[in-house]
Design a protein around this ligand. Sequence first.
Ligand code: FAD
Length: 366
Amino acid sequence: MNSIKGQGGMDDLIVGAGFAGATCARRLADAGHRVLVIDKRPHVGGNAFDRRDEHGLLVHEYGPHIFHTNSEKVFAFLSRFTEWRAYEHRVVAAVEGQLLPIPINRTTINRLYGLDLDEAGVTEFLARARMPREPLRTSEDVVLNAVGPDLCDKFFRGYTRKQWGLELGELSAGVAARIPTRTNDDDRYFADRFQAMPAQGYTRMFERMLDHPNIELSLGCDFNAVRHSIVRRRTIYTGPIDEYFEHRLGKLPYRSLRFEHEHLKDTVQLQPVGTVNYPNDHAYTRITEFKHLTGETHAGTSIVREFPCAQGDPYYPIPAADNESLYKRYEALADAEPDTVFVGRLAQYRYYNMDQVVAAALALTD
Ligand SMILES: Cc1cc2nc3c(=O)[nH]c(=O)nc-3n(C[C@H](O)[C@H](O)[C@H](O)COP(=O)(O)OP(=O)(O)OC[C@H]3O[C@@H](n4cnc5c(N)ncnc54)[C@H](O)[C@@H]3O)c2cc1C
């Protein structure tokens, strides 16, 4: 662990140097607080951390992170610390020997079924294909209600099983509700107003955010080792909420991932878009090729494959009814915890995107 200089008395101890922790740290430091940020990892950025690989290409250590938001406030805040590179993410799914746009759009349906429908034709097609469900309780309800059983089986069932280790019917409605169905040819993965990547990468953006005379940073420092020894007025905790309470109500389930990074020496471009999903084949869910995201040029290309697994670092809170009720019991403990606030994906056990985490941290520090 790094030695901590400002131990004489901090205003705020912030646990975690990801989006939640770094946003809170900067806001509070700007307001004159003396802040200590600790992270058990040896780097800033949390899961958005990126680095140059041994071939000089910028890669995302913990899987592809694409920034998108409708919030002017979030975009303006982050723009203090980075320039941006315009980027609209596109994803195709490998289904029945073709690479087809996901979210499902007009092209997906025409190419999968060998049709030539216009927009009105696609609307009619989906009206015939869909299985109306009411209420929409699970992700299976959402998908069947939108596109019916055949598209559900080809694009969603296998992917969900791999990604979450759950059947579609066991997953909360909110997960599938994030993915729209389109009748036009829009093949962008996100439809948000602001879609861009930090021009010099996420890590550089975090370094700038945390570069402030009122912020002290200690990396490789686990909260569990220092929770009783650091003098502070308040704690902002962005790690897993159940771990904070030493799992006293039981473990909250998280989904983990194993990332397999690879550099392909003589391949200028491996795939036509940033990410290819494999809903039905292979143990991995998707391959991302970073050059699409970063715009970098190189004689080779760097990719990452994602293998979901039950054990390992907690990456995704698993959105299912039982887990949400266990989280609610932890939330009640958190509300009663003196001088401590919980914010972020793991601390609030929510399937938050980066911008939603920044928005939550901005609201908290307002
Ligand atoms: C594979 C993957 C892809 C994603 N893609 C996107 C995307 O494309 N777009 C998007 O908007 N979002 C994406 N996300 C979500 C995004 O990663 C999160 O919204 C965001 O990183 C959450 O920030 P956070 O600060 O809440 O948590 P984290 O980034 O997890 O940061 C929490 C930090 O707390 C530290 N910590 C935990 N416990 C302790 C402890 N005991 N002591 C000290 N430090 C501790 C951790 O080391 C970590 O650095 C993706 C997530 C994953 C896993």
